[in-house]
Design a protein. Structure first.
Lengths: 386, 373
């Protein structure tokens, strides 16, 4: 590995970590799209800041652009408060307008600005190591590493200082206000940190991919855990992992580094979306199938309980009467047999003692309809699940 | 070229006419379908879909190697639809909320698209240039064929809209009721989503990935302010959209440094701002005026009520009283007393007021009147 290669990966990891932390809170607060809005609407801020400072990495430019981000949030809230449109429409109106202003500002001053809309939106990590910070002639490493490093340190510091406030105000606004932590301050604090992170990161990975770095690791982690601390750790881990492996993917394909980092994030999310225990697609589908069979089983048992006459309990009668397909009735009968709920003699199905007991409990459950008791009942009675 | 010159040229110049017609039709169809997106609270779906279309464009190019805009648009359509259905899958099957799902699909698909685009750029065949026009859009690349397709799609969309009008409408406002009536809600839902995706894909070439969502939303949001009827709203949105397209093209043509997409979006934004402020029913301006008027009315009536309290203790209701005794009641000014005199509720004489019989009756019925004056 050459020196710039290491530096690029380092920048990638730092950006990913700095984005993942506010990202977790944005996802939990159902404000993911605010990051999208901010990442677009900082454009006019960057352009105006660039007129003043002439340097893409100057702290003043970052603050100015971050201010535009916060203004976006305020504008969205003001429009929403008029009650004329819903929140999502307000977001969708504000950021394209600000972005258009930015594009027009760049186009009108094309001669004075060495700034490209492509560069702002897409970023280019490969060039980051060439813009170096010199302090009294000494090479201190890439500028953007410093910028993002400082932002990351501040973010982590704020996270540790205000962890419980953030936690409370994220999950229970009312409680947090009652305890004296203003949700308002927390909200705007989070918005400011997100804006600063987006601005700091845009020139490394581009404005749109910042959104990926913010939302994707957090969403992936959210599918795996319901614990805030674990979620933070996991999303930092996912971010860092996809930054490094994304770099090597880009190396192999000779393509955009930030693009391939996002692709790795996407693959990671897709994998977790499919295979996550409990919350993944496959386990949800499996659970739904299980429940469908078990509901059928209960219907079947109730039917048996209602009829003492033999022709109603004949095994071939099931298909016509309850209107099930062959496969389904076979699964249900097998399941009932396995659980010792029924016995079959001469093709006549009858309930066992255990079956009767379960059916009575289920009947009681259906009549009173007290929630969720059925799951415990199933645990008590079932040896095998559907 | 100045704007007046533009309007003189628009009927004779082939390029200008094509572009103007194209943006107008595009604005109209986006406005129409955008109304559904806005009312279904799916405003940001447009943003997600337009970003999600990017990998489709790149893959279509990789497979065919041709830059034919129809093939690329087909790719965009497929990838946009995949994005939409994945969003739906995430929302229904996991506990992630819609905002997260939208943001995820938006950024992940876009990132993948970027990967493919940069990959294509490194490929030896040199005719890939111009793919990145889909990022920011270039109205100037519209040719007559594109406009023809837009018109055809708009026509089909109109026919479908008329055919399924009541289904769309009822699904929009009461999805559960629709289901109980026996309509196939899934089909209607997919149909309308399909057309929204189609409109977005049509617009990509003209205004680009980033600004497409605004073109979908802004006309509809503006139209919403003027009416409570779906029919009127859709027609208005189409008109606003078409005007934004034409005006945006005119302004950007009058200055060579302005790209069309952002200008169209800003014009549409001005429409929204104007509607927010000046719409007579919901607008901020008239709402504020109504609010002030009501407050003044209330003040006047409070004063009248107070006077009534004083006057009814006298045998002659028109017995004059000093204005001074109103002092411990704060709600009157010289102006408000004069207004009351104009309404003939009281008579002013020097430093004294007296209630008229009109005013007395008015005050007596203040709390049990149902009519508004």
């Amino acid at each position: 590995m050459t020196n710039p290669q290491i530096e690029i990966q380092l920048i990638g990891v730092v950006v990913a970590m700095a984005c993942a932390i506010p990202g977790v809170f944005l996802v939990l607060r159902k404000m993911s799209l605010i990051s999208d809005a901010i990442s677009h609407s900082i454009l006019p801020g960057i352009v105006i800041g660039f007129f003043i400072t002439q340097d893409l990495n100057s702290p003043l430019l970052i603050l100015l652009a971050a201010l535009t981000g916060v203004i976006t949030v305020v504008l969205v809230e003001v429009i929403q408060k008029t009650g004329l449109v819903k929140e999502d429409t307000a977001i969708g109106l504000v950021f394209p307008s600000l972005f258009s202003i930015g594009v027009i500002l760049i186009a009108k001053n094309a001669n004075d600005v060495h700034l490209d809309v492509d560069a702002v939106l897409l970023g280019e990590l490969a060039f980051a190591p060439f813009d170096r910070l010199f302090i009294s002639g000494m090479d201190m490493g890439p500028k953007s590493l410093w910028v993002m490093g400082i932002i990351l340190i501040i973010t982590i510091l704020l996270l540790f200082l205000f962890f419980k406030e953030l936690k409370v105000s994220t999950f229970d606004k009312g409680l947090s206000a009652a305890l004296g932590f203003s949700p308002f301050v927390m909200h705007y604090g989070l918005m400011s940190v997100s804006s600063i992170t987006v601005v700091g990161a845009f020139d490394a990975v581009g404005a749109i991919l910042v959104v990926a770095f913010m939302i994707a690791p957090a969403a992936t982690a959210y599918l795996l855990t319901a614990n805030l601390k674990k979620m933070l750790l996991l999303s930092i881990l996912f971010g860092a992992f996809s930054a490094i492996s994304g770099y090597w993917l880009a190396h192999i394909l000779d393509a955009s580094i930030s693009g391939s980092m996002t692709t790795v994030l996407g693959l990671l999310f897709f994998g977790v979306y499919l295979f996550a225990p409990n919350k993944g697609l496959l386990s949800v589908l499996y659970r739904q199938k299980q429940q469908r069979t078990e509901v059928s089983l209960i219907t079947f048992l109730l039917h048996l309980n209602n009829h003492s006459e033999e022709n109603e309990r004949h095994i071939n009668h099931l298909n016509e009467h309850i209107n099930w397909q062959k496969v389904r009735s076979k699964t249900v009968v097998d399941l009932a047999l396995k659980n010792n709920m029924i016995s079959i003699s001469n093709n006549i199905v009858s309930l066992t003692e255990k079956g009767k007991e379960f059916t009575n409990l289920a009947l009681k459950y259906i009549m009173t309809n007290k929630d969720e008791k059925i799951e415990y009942m199933k645990d008590d009675f079932f040896l095998f699940r559907g | 070229m100045s704007i007046t010159e533009y309007f003189e040229l628009v009927f004779t110049d082939y390029t200008l006419r094509t572009i103007t017609l194209g943006t107008a039709v595009l604005g109209a169809i986006c406005g129409m379908l955008g109304s559904f997106a806005v009312l279904r609270k799916q405003s940001l779906l447009g943003d997600a879909i337009s970003h999600a279309a990017l990998p489709g464009i790149a893959i279509a190019f990789l497979i065919t190697g041709a830059k034919d805009s129809n093939v690329l648009m087909l790719g965009a359509l497929v990838s946009g639809l995949i994005g939409t259905f994945w969003i739906r899958g995430i929302i229904t099957k996991t506990h992630l909320k819609s905002d997260t799902a939208l943001g995820l699909i938006l950024s992940l698909f876009f990132g993948f698209g970027m990967l493919l685009l940069t990959f294509i750029q490194k490929q030896p065949n040199a005719n890939q240039a111009g793919l990145d026009k889909y990022l920011f859009g270039q109205a100037a690349t519209l040719v007559e064929k594109d406009v023809t397709i837009m018109v055809i799609v708009t026509g089909i969309c109109l026919i479908v809209l008329l055919l399924f009008w009541k289904e769309f409408k009822i699904l929009l406002f009461d999805a559960d009721y629709t289901k109980t009536l026996g309509f196939n809600t899934k089909f209607i839902d997919i149909l309308i989503t399909f057309f929204i995706v189609l409109a977005i894909v049509l617009g990509l070439q003209t205004v680009g990935v980033v600004l497409m969502s605004a073109l979908l939303l802004a006309p509809a949001a503006a139209a919403r302010q003027w009416t409570n009827s779906l029919k009127v709203m859709i027609i208005l949105a189409a008109i606003f959209g078409a005007f934004s397209g034409v005006l945006g093209t005119a302004i950007s043509a009058s200055d060579n440094n302005l790209s069309t997409g952002p200008v169209i979006v800003l014009v549409a934004g001005v429409f929204v701002l104007f509607s927010f402020i000046f719409s007579p029913e919901r607008g901020i301006l008239f709402r504020e005026i109504r609010f002030r008027k009501n407050r003044n009315d209330l003040q006047l009536k409070k004063t009248l009520q107070f006077m009534y309290g004083i006057a009814k203790t006298h045998e002659n209701i028109s017995h004059p009283h000093a204005i001074r005794i109103l002092n411990n009641f704060q709600g009157f000014t010289k102006g408000s007393l004069r207004t009351m005199e104009e309404k003939e509720w009281i008579q002013l004489k020097g430093q004294e007021w007296s209630l008229t019989s009109v005013g007395f009756e008015e005050a007596k019925n203040l709390f049990n009147q149902q009519k508004n004056d």
